[in-house]
Ligand binder design. Structure first.
Ligand SMILES: Cc1cc2nc3c(=O)[nH]c(=O)nc-3n(C[C@H](O)[C@H](O)[C@H](O)COP(=O)(O)OP(=O)(O)OC[C@H]3O[C@@H](n4cnc5c(N)ncnc54)[C@H](O)[C@@H]3O)c2cc1C
Length: 424
């Protein structure tokens, strides 16, 4: 069902839902300006929605290469056979109906001086303000022997879509008693709990179909987020099926041998029936081409507004931005989108930009009726985005089954809310 919110309903919702994050000093704009948004994922799509709602006079153009968006959140459930990809696939008709100029094209260049965006289709878009939300690309060059070529034999499935389906097929074709390796890359990367949730969802599939099979996680890092919760859930649901090797115990990938299909770590050569190689990451390529990234490969921003510290008038949101304590998540991208909308509307209306607060809520579903979550609140401090002490929280370890079941249900509600906000 399409949601057509008017301003009264919108303000009403602000009082009761997490929409309040990023809108602490609500300002509505009447000014006319041209805003171009690059990338229609969670960040870009939500920015487009609220810009049009907040300031209908602003001309909003959303440039997105794909006609359909496939949500990564909950895509690990596709691997377990708990859902299909259709349930995670969305279009852009609602944006067009609201008056957003939706253009499906690849952005190939940004001229920050002339304030124009060029596309593969040969179009030029002039802007007064630009929002760049291209998500991630992979940094294969960071590991000796790795290259995009290896996606033919070692899938990442870290951008939900065709590779998610292929990985699922590989699991189905694997023998009972087989081994899957999942790599967890250099930090920061998109969705910090993702590899560990994926291991659990694969184990869930094996438990019912190939119970002698195992998942081995080779980790660049020494710890994992929600560690006690993951370890507890693996023990309870999938005893002996998941092994985790942290970086300081030899989990770090030092080299890839594509010919032999092996990963080299301090423990020697590793191989498996299926290798799910999640590569190191950096900001989406267009951010790099536009000179918005620093030596880290991500885009530095002013935490008050998400405006690039390299190019004025360009805001970078979502996974592509340097956000310090805030993890790279869809929820965080949504929160950042609201901060940018507020900043652009304030600037175009000649009003002061209010100090923002950012939120992140991350639900993990490790199997049927079993979920847990972490919530964080963040604010600008000393030029960085820092976690507010005493705010937020983590699910308790040792909670009874009805709590885990409720948390899984909250996770599904969260997905429904954020995909509605972004695409419906
Ligand atoms: C397995 C997995 C599970 C996850 N689970 C969760 C979860 O439970 N909760 C959560 O909050 N987050 C989760 N995430 C993370 C979440 O998917 C990302 O953080 C989120 O998608 C970031 O949003 P974004 O707008 O920055 O980027 P994206 O959503 O990737 O959107 C970027 C868009 O830009 C487009 N684009 C890029 N370059 C160009 C160009 N040059 N021209 C035109 N278009 C372009 C892309 O096509 C894409 O549509 C998960 C991720 C994975 C991989």
């Amino acid at each position: 069902m399409m949601m057509n919110w008017n301003r009264r309903q919108f303000i009403g919702a602000l009082g009761t839902t997490s929409l309040i994050a990023g809108f602490p000093g609500l300002v509505f704009g009447s000014a006319k300006a041209r805003v171009v948004i690059v990338g229609g994922g969670f960040g870009g799509a939500i920015a487009a929605r609220y810009l049009k709602l907040y300031a209908p006079g602003i001309e909003v153009t959303l440039l997105e290469r794909n006609k359909q968006y496939i949500s990564c959140p909950m895509s690990n459930e596709v691997l377990a056979g708990e859902r299909n990809l259709d349930s995670l696939t969305f279009g852009y008709a609602a944006h067009a109906a609201r008056g957003v100029n939706v253009v499906h094209d690849e952005v190939t260049a940004i001229d920050a001086v002339k304030k124009t965006v060029m596309t593969q289709g040969g179009k030029n878009f002039a802007y007064d303000y630009l929002v760049v939300a291209p998500g991630i690309d992979f940094d294969y060059g960071a590991i000796e022997g790795a290259s995009p070529e290896m996606e033919k034999t070692m899938l990442h499935a870290w951008k939900a879509g065709e590779q998610t389906l292929q990985l699922k097929k590989q699991l189905e074709a694997m023998k009972n008693g087989g081994l899957v390796i999942i790599t967890s890359p250099r930090r920061p990367y998109r969705c910090p709990p993702g590899p560990y949730e994926r291991a659990a969802q694969m184990a869930s599939y094996f438990k019912h179909h190939k119970p002698k099979s195992k998942v081995l996680i080779l980790d660049h890092g020494d710890t994992m987020p929600k560690q006690a919760l993951f370890e507890e859930s693996w023990k309870q649901l999938y005893p002996g099926m998941i092994e985790w090797v942290p970086g300081n115990s030899g989990g770090k990938i030092l080299r890839v041998d594509q010919k032999k299909r092996t990963l080299v770590t301090d423990m020697g050569e590793q191989t498996a029936d299926i290798i799910n190689f999640v590569p190191p990451q950096r900001a989406g390529a267009i951010a790099q081409m536009a000179g918005l990234t620093d030596q880290s490969g991500w885009c530095p921003i002013d935490p008050m507004t998400m405006e690039s510290t390299i190019h004025k008038g360009i805001y970078v949101i979502g996974d592509a931005a340097v956000t310090n304590d805030i993890p790279k998540s869809a929820h965080a991208a949504a929160s950042q989108a609201k901060v940018v909308v507020n900043a652009i509307v304030a600037v175009t209306s000649g009003k002061p930009v209010p100090k923002p607060q950012y939120t992140n809520a991350c639900y993990t579903v490790v199997g049927p009726d079993y979920g847990f979550s972490i919530v964080g609140i963040f604010q600008p401090e000393g030029g960085k985005l820092v976690s507010v002490k005493g705010a937020g929280g983590l699910s308790p370890v040792g909670a009874p089954a009805y709590v885990r079941k409720a948390e899984a249900e909250y996770g599904y509600s969260w997905l429904k809310n954020i995909t509605t906000e972004a695409f419906l």
